[in-house]
Design a protein around this ligand. Structure first.
Ligand code: COA
Length: 85
């Protein structure tokens, strides 16, 4: 994660919680035209409360601001939570 964050400044986001120090993260990458959402976990106890949405929307805003026209997220077939998200 440190390598990706160094290559993509401002695109490694961490959500801090009250009881748990970190409740969510997301990494973004950018090839100049399109961006990728990578490594998006929300803490199991913090799910379905809008955290994943807030992380992705914040990342999307940052990628748009640096010229990205398209945002991609790879979802595996055997990940029903991610598909529903
Ligand atoms: C995918 C993940 C990040 C979603 O995070 P989250 O904080 O629960 O998502 P949000 O609460 O922001 O949900 C956003 C929307 O997706 C829906 N959603 C999220 N998870 C859902 C689920 N399992 N089933 C149905 N709907 C779901 C929410 O209801 C919400 O819809 P709404 O805006 O219409 O109400 C979380 O389930 C997770 O960490 N999963 C394990 C890691 C993972 O698979 N990451 C994604 C890899 S592609």
């Amino acid at each position: 994660m440190a390598k990706v964050a160094t290559r993509n400044p401002g695109l490694a986001l961490v959500a801090e919680g009250e009881n748990v120090l970190i409740v969510g993260t997301v990494n973004g990458t950018d090839d100049g035209r399109q961006g990728w959402v990578c490594r998006l976990p929300a803490h199991p106890e913090a799910r379905k409360a809008g955290l994943g949405r807030r992380l992705v929307e914040e990342l999307e805003g940052r990628l748009r601001a640096q010229g990205c026209e398209k945002l991609n997220l790879l979802v595996e077939r055997d990940n029903p939570d991610a598909i529903a998200f």
